[in-house]
Design a protein around this ligand. Structure first.
Ligand SMILES: *Cc1c(COP(=O)(O)O)cnc(C)c1O
Length: 472
């Protein structure tokens, strides 16, 4: 492809992107293709001769787009969001063009130093103590894995890296019953074993019960186990419960246990002074993760991982083969030693662009707006006698279910699952479910970049009328 052709196609794509972003609401939110449909429309063999960009792009529109679920639609209320924004997309274009691989300082000093600065900005924006140092990981799952492996090395005096996994079945990790499955995955990969992940009961608001945590730790110590790490969650994935950091932290500090905080979604709300209570007790935190790629308008992937004692992390992950030896080692951050992968994308650029173009105030306004939309929706739901709210609304997630007179939970579970499928198959909006205490509940997350109360009102009307027109 010549430079001239590149320029022509690039301009066409930018036009397409702008139109897409403008019209994303008009697509069915959730793709309705069946399994195998896209696969079967693609050729079984690669072309041996070069094809044109036009042919590629035509197939993108014809074959790929129908199989896309539109995460950037303001009617996307499913899971947690993976928001983009125009500033983030523009910076991603530059990142793609530079195509740098940022494994060490020397492979692009600006990438490393911008990352260091952005992590300081973010740390201060969310109110973590100044001694925290940060690094961008791909996902919260990777960040939590890095935290648990670092905790493992700390408690075993770095002997596990050296000798392997023998004797590891004595270590214990704790989290609430509502914690994310990435904790389960991490204890498996770290060699600690899923049997040694202790899931602590929650309080009525679904947050971890610190008294139950203390009992579990004491019981474990009596039985010869070694408590290694507690993972507390701010904003659990099911119902956005907030674990009490201070009470958990006091236990961890007394017992010499690593405290990792998973704030994948909720960390963004910490940029609001009125939500700083969530990290009351931050002096007890050893590591902390939140995903700007969820709620802070920054393209996936971008997970901000903060660590109190970076030396422990570096000692856990550092490697130094001959080909990576440099003259600057020790004087700069070589982020390959701060986690699992060697190769790293230049992710700091989009963060820089997002934070600068919105400003902290702009970001705060958008987040506050999402939170107030959730409250207003909760209020609308509470006015309807045939719907009920199923969890406290703290942030941007509203949990509810449809109910009919005299139906028991089993019946309501079937009914709400059916309702969920009807709604999503309509293409008008997309929401997902969870279960708590055996109850199937619908979750509506009002946190997509461009969602407004108008979208939510329309969606709510549709949910109500769909529910009431079902046969039951
Ligand atoms: C989304 C989420 C995760 C996983 O995030 P990834 O970045 O996709 O790994 C972990 N913990 C919580 C609480 C989450 O909501």
């Amino acid at each position: 492809m010549t430079a001239g052709e590149f320029s022509k196609f690039a301009h066409e794509l930018v036009e397409w992107m702008a139109r897409y972003m403008e019209n994303v609401e008009s697509y069915p939110v959730k793709s309705s293709v069946s399994p195998g449909e896209i696969f079967n429309r693609l050729p079984d063999h690669p072309p041996s001769e070069p094809e044109t960009f036009e042919a590629f792009f035509e197939d993108f529109n014809r074959i790929i787009l129908p199989g896309i679920t539109h995460w950037q639609s303001p009617n996307f209320y499913a899971y947690f969001p993976a928001n983009t924004s125009p500033p983030s997309i523009l910076a991603e274009m530059l990142t793609a063009a530079l195509g740098v691989q940022c494994m060490i300082w020397e492979t692009s000093p600006a990438a490393t130093e911008l990352e260091e600065k952005m992590m300081n900005w973010l740390r201060d924006m969310i109110g973590l103590p100044e001694y925290f140092e940060g690094v961008i990981q791909d996902t919260a799952s990777t960040s939590t894995l890095a935290a648990i492996i670092a905790a493992r090395e700390k408690i075993t005096a770095f002997a596990t890296n050296e000798n392997g996994l023998y004797n590891l079945n004595k270590l214990r990790v704790y989290c609430s019953q509502q914690a994310h499955s990435s904790v389960d995955k991490a204890v498996k990969i770290a060699g600690i074993g899923i049997r040694n992940l202790v899931k602590i009961e929650t309080r009525p608001d679904y947050s971890l019960d610190p008294e139950k945590l203390l009992i579990a730790i004491e019981e474990d110590k009596k039985n010869g186990f070694i408590p290694c790490c507690v993972v507390a969650t701010l904003g659990t994935t099911g119902v956005t419960a907030i674990d009490p950091i201070r009470e958990i932290g006091e236990i961890c500090s007394r017992e010499n246990i690593w405290l990792h905080v998973d704030a994948a979604l909720a960390g963004t709300a910490l940029i609001l002074p009125e939500f700083r209570w969530m990290i009351n007790g931050s002096e007890f935190i050893n590591s902390f993760v939140f995903n700007p790629h969820k709620w802070m308008f920054t393209n996936f992937d971008c997970s901000a991982f903060f660590i109190k004692d970076a030396n422990t992390l570096i000692r856990t992950f550092e490697i130094l083969p001959e080909y990576l030896k440099t003259r600057t080692r020790g004087k700069v951050n070589d982020y390959r030693d701060w986690g699992v992968p060697l190769g790293r994308r230049f992710r700091a650029l989009k963060l820089w662009c997002v934070i600068r173009l919105y400003g902290v105030k702009g970001l705060q306004n958008m987040i506050r707006n999402h939170i107030s939309i959730a409250r207003e929706l909760a209020n609308l739901i509470s006015l309807e006698p045939d719907f009920e709210l199923m969890a406290p609304v703290t942030l941007n997630t509203v949990c509810f279910r449809f109910k009919t007179p005299d139906a028991d939970d089993d019946r309501l579970n079937i009914l709400n699952e059916k309702l969920n499928h009807y709604i999503n198959d309509s293409g008008k909006l997309y929401l997902t479910h969870t279960t708590v205490n055996g109850k199937y509940i619908l979750r509506m997350v009002t946190a997509q970049t461009n969602v407004t109360m108008n979208h939510v009102k329309k969606s709510w009307e549709f949910i109500k009328s769909t529910a009431r027109s079902m046969n039951y």
